[in-house]
Design a protein around this ligand. Structure first.
Ligand SMILES: [Zn+2]
Length: 280
């Protein structure tokens, strides 16, 4: 299956993408009350799976009915094919699998084909997890070894690793944070490279603009972590594209259109964000 999903082709191969801790920075983010959740539109599709999604997946509640219909068979296929493993005997429940799988599939709904052929499995940790890491200084060649605490990780196009606590918390906040969207974007970029030079140039320009704003110490809509490199910029921008669609469209219209054309989805036109019950 060679269909190109993302228009962005990045130079070089990065095998492991890391997601660093962001919970502390997001602590002041707004949490919306249950009252507002009551304003969410009613479920459009009957059935236990739809009601589980209605209860636990904010992006599902925003989806137009045709996209909800498109999601369900893809979600079934994903759950059938992808093996979920709990780290250190962590019990991954049906709800957890569904919440993770639904968000992964929503990212890909603009494209007809099932895009997860290369994904072998998802490992779920109860909370953030620690990985060993070795950094080589490009100038001196000195390798520094250490540890990093992560909320998510994408091993190329083979395996995703997620902190359930971070997956869950993203459902009750409106700060643009979504570790599933972030890691799935890395996966798609790695497994479906391609795209045209104009799109790549536009993405690079948006990335450099964020870097410049961060260097000037300005408050930015996009998380400054996106200034890390172009790959992280794309993943962070994708999070805001889905989680804070209207804000991204208003503040960065060119970037929004670039992502809209790439994902073939227009989330700014979906129902407004309504934060509901946190999943459990
Ligand atoms: Zn990343």
């Amino acid at each position: 299956m060679a269909r190109i999903l993302l228009v962005v082709a990045l130079i070089g191969i990065v095998v492991v993408y890391l997601w660093r801790r962001r919970r502390a920075a997001a602590a002041s983010a707004s949490t919306v009350s249950q009252t507002e959740a009551a304003d969410a539109p009613p479920p459009l599709l009957p059935g236990p799976r739809a009601s589980l999604l209605e209860q636990h997946v904010r992006l599902w509640r925003r989806l137009p009915a045709p996209l909800q219909e498109r999601l369900l068979p893809r979600l079934d296929e994903f759950l059938e094919r992808i093996l979920f493993t709990g780290a250190h005997d962590f019990q991954v429940t049906e709800t957890m699998r569904t919440v993770i799988a639904a968000q992964a599939c929503i990212v890909t709904l603009g494209h007809d084909d099932y895009p997860f052929d290369d994904l072998h499995g998802i490992t779920v940790h109860p909370d953030e997890f620690v990985v060993e890491e070795a950094d080589e200084d490009e100038d001196t060649g000195v390798v520094t070894e250490g540890y990093r605490t992560l909320s998510g990780q994408a091993h190329g196009s083979d395996r995703l690793v997620l902190s359930w606590r971070d997956v869950e918390e993203a459902q009750s906040r409106e700060d643009g944070y979504n570790v599933v969207v972030h890691e799935v974007t890395h996966f798609l970029e790695h497994s479906h490279p391609g795209g045209d030079p104009a799109a790549h140039a536009a993405l690079t320009a948006a990335y450099e603009s964020l870097c410049a704003a961060v260097d000037r110490g300005e408050e930015t809509l996009l998380d400054p972590y996106g200034a890390e490199d172009l790959t992280e910029f794309l993943a962070v921008a994708a999070e805001f594209f889905f989680e804070r669609s209207a804000d991204l469209a208003a503040r960065h219209p060119t970037l929004y259109v670039l992502l809209r054309d790439s994902f073939r989805l227009d989330p700014a036109s979906w129902a407004p964000t309504a934060v509901g019950k946190a999943s459990s």
